[in-house]
Design a protein around this ligand. Structure first.
Ligand code: NI
Length: 245
């Protein structure tokens, strides 16, 4: 079974979220990024048995007074399977590094407290992400849409972290990620789309949907020179183990 371990199924992005969900035969892990989308994804997971949810505040919304009450109040809901997406993003804004780090650590500690996996967003912040995970992480974790080097991947691997692989793998300029996928064992990889973003080839430029994890799985099979069925089987086992579903 195909599992999209990371997607955003927000009504503000899609004309018809229900039809997108109904088109996906496998499982979807929908991630919130702020209070509004956390609530929305939780409601969606209520409605569909194959939609699970991770709750979290994205680093884009980091301030010193982010309220995590909603997340903690709903953390024991059976459909909540993790904390995310959380992390560090220095791509556009480096003025709030401390706020981002504090929020990231607070949410990792919440995950530790309830023994839930974390889904990590990290952009242009590799070393800080690694340092924080080294000193705080006590649960399973996925580096979602992994974008750093193979060398750094080996450092994350030492911490037992999994790698979320998405559409970038199919891009012409995805050489760095291809190397990572070649070298990192299949039992450390999971599939994702990050829908509605990062649509794989040959649909690049169109809106992404969870169904497209199939294209990512096919590309992994090609790169690792193994069967598509094996990629689907092992990534399914990995995702089910990580999220305990
Ligand atoms: Ni995302």
């Amino acid at each position: 079974m195909l599992i999209d371990t990371h997607c955003h199924l927000f009504e503000s992005d899609y004309e018809n979220v229900d039809s997108i969900v109904k088109n996906m035969l496998g499982i979807m892990i929908a991630s919130g990024v702020d209070l509004k989308s956390n609530k929305e994804m939780l409601m969606l997971s209520d409605k569909y048995s194959n939609v699970f949810v991770t709750l979290g505040i994205h680093p884009e919304y980091a301030t010193n007074n982010v309220d995590l009450t909603f997340i903690e109040n709903n953390i024991k809901n059976a459909k909540v399977v993790g904390i995310g997406e959380i992390g560090l993003d220095y791509h556009y804004d480096t003025n709030n590094k401390n706020e981002q780090k504090n929020l990231f650590i607070k949410q990792i500690e919440l995950a530790n407290k309830y023994q839930l996996p974390v889904v990590i967003h990290s952009r242009d912040a590799c070393q800080d992400t690694l340092d924080i995970l080294k000193s705080h992480l006590q649960t399973k974790a996925i580096m979602h849409c992994y974008s750093y080097s193979l060398e750094m991947a080996k450092e994350f691997l030492k911490l037992g972290i999994y790698f979320g692989i998405g559409g970038v793998l199919t891009f012409k300029n995805g050489q760095k990620l291809k190397k990572v996928v070649e070298e990192i064992p299949l039992d450390r990889l999971v599939l994702e789309t990050d829908s509605p973003y990062l649509t794989p080839e040959p649909f690049r430029g169109k809106q992404n949907v969870p169904n497209n994890v199939e294209l990512v799985a096919k590309k992994i099979a090609e790169i690792k020179n193994i069967s598509y069925e094996e990629v689907v089987k092992v990534t399914e086992e990995n995702a089910k183990y990580i999220f305990d579903i």
